[in-house]
Each structure stands twice: as C-alpha cells, then as structure tokens.
Unconditional design. Structure first.
Length: 132
C-alpha cells in the first residue's frame, strides 16, 4: 500500500521527490517536518467532508498524536501480531546497546523486516477495509 501511495504522489508531483523541503538548500527533511505535516493534516480534517467519525476527529484535534506515537503504535502492533522483538527493533532502526549489537552483529535483517512490514500492511488494510 505504501509503495502505491508513493507512486501516486510522485506521479501527481511530476517529480521524484515526495517530501520536498520548502527550503531549496535542504536535501533532507527538517527535524520537525513530520510533526508539522501531521499537525497540518489533522488541522485539515473536517467532520463534514470526512469518512472519519466525528468523535475521532475531535479526539485527534484535542490530543494530536506525534510521530513518536506512530512508531510506538507500529511497535506495539507488531508485537501483537507475533513479530519477535529483535525484528521489531530492526524495523524501528534500533540497535542493541551492548557490544554485540554495536560492534559484532551487522546483519541488517532485511528479510525479517520485510516479513514484519508485510504482516503490518495486511493488518492495517484489514482495519481500514482496503483490498490487497
């Protein structure tokens, strides 16, 4: 689902950059860009135009989530789906603080991350009633 959303965004933008900085000299997103984007998206939610329940919109506006809340939701959801802790940590780009994690284990866990994120995708699709 994410790849398809990016494909559409790139096609609509007519460029290969989806998260373009408003500051031309920046190559990357600013530190607070995701937080600001999330706030703007929530601010644009309208009870009249949305399929989202009015109570949910009010809740989002009264106590808006942060990007860190999204990471926590994914980590908790992956745990509930049975994804091992080591793989959840890899998805979140966390490294074990011990010498093994910092120095010796350089395995990127790409296969495991793919399995975890595909399982998460199926879960989210089921929640929103999307077809896969």
């Amino acid at each position: 689902m994410a790849r398809e959303l990016f494909r559409i965004a790139i096609a609509e933008a007519g460029a290969t950059v989806v998260f373009r900085s408003r500051y031309l000299r920046r190559d990357t997103m600013g530190r607070h860009s995701l937080r600001v984007a999330l706030q703007r998206a929530i601010g644009r939610l309208s009870v009249v135009k949305s399929r989202v329940a009015p109570a949910a919109i009010r809740s989002l506006k009264e106590d808006p989530p942060t990007p860190h809340d999204l990471r926590r939701t994914v980590a908790t959801g992956l745990a509930a789906l049975g994804i091992p802790r080591e793989d959840r940590m890899a998805v979140l780009a966390h490294v074990s603080g011990d010498v093994h994690g910092k120095v010796y284990d350089k395995y990127e866990r790409l296969k495991e991350k793919r399995v975890a994120l595909e399982k998460w995708e199926r879960h989210v699709a089921a929640l929103i009633g999307a077809r896969q």
